[in-house]
Design a protein around this ligand. Structure first.
Ligand code: G3P
Length: 220
């Protein structure tokens, strides 16, 4: 199972990288906007900065919604660094772009996925990663984790190579549920990743070990 961080924030990416468990980064236009990046040139520089921190795939999303525009942007983005993965929305033009890029040997991440049908099309087109948004499904009283389960099972039947990258993670519990559902990758905010470390018995146990040591072995 791979761990990606879902942010464009350099400090958070550095912190996740320092944990030694980070396999990649996902960004989207909203996450990039949060960092106050202004202008295309600044954005491209920001992507390169991220690629220089993490030794793994870094998703950068296209803004164009037509095939030619998507390919033009994809070429610009993939020239930035070998680890750039082109994030493309699951729309008709996006599907064509994924097929084209996949034939060219360029990695893609098919995004804004909310149904098994979209997942099948993306896999048929040769997407490297598929990003179902589980939190946004939960937001509308649907079951996001169940979508992961269904897609993993469908991909398993047919041997599709596309990796299921669970996105729109809102909690530590989501990470565990996606792991149980067989997601290949989970992309999460830093807080949700750090939440995996937490257990009150760990804290209590450590406190006891330290106080026992200090009252005997460590006594001056
Ligand atoms: O990377 C896209 C996805 O993770 C978005 O998450 O929280 O905006 O639904 P969210």
């Amino acid at each position: 199972m791979k761990f990606f961080i879902d942010t464009a924030n350099i400090e958070q990416i550095k912190e996740a990288q320092s944990l030694g468990i980070l396999d990649g980064v996902t960004t989207n236009p909203s996450l990039v906007a949060k960092e106050g990046i202004v202008g295309r040139e600044a954005l491209l520089k920001h992507y390169v900065k991220i690629c220089n921190i993490v030794d793994g795939d870094v998703s950068a999303e296209v803004i164009a919604t037509d095939f030619n525009g998507m390919i033009k942007e994809a070429e610009e983005l993939s020239a930035l660094h070998p680890n750039i993965v082109i994030k493309v929305p699951i729309i008709k033009e996006g599907l064509k772009a994924i097929k084209y890029l996949s034939d060219m040997g360029i990695k893609t991440n098919c995004t804004l996925v909310f149904s098994p049908g979209q997942a099948i099309l993306a896999a048929k087109a040769g997407a490297t990663y598929l990003s179902p948004f589980i939190g946004r499904l939960d937001d509308i009283a649907s079951d996001g984790v169940d979508l992961i389960r269904k897609i993993v099972s469908i991909y398993g039947y047919y041997g599709f190579q596309t990796e299921v990258l669970a996105a729109s993670i809102r909690s530590t519990q989501h990470i565990i549920q996606c792991a149980e559902a067989g997601a290949d990758v989970v992309t999460s905010p830093l807080d949700s990743i750090l939440g995996l470390l937490k257990h009150p018995l760990t804290d209590l146990g450590l406190q006891k070990f330290l106080s026992d040591y200090n009252s005997t072995v460590g006594k001056k």
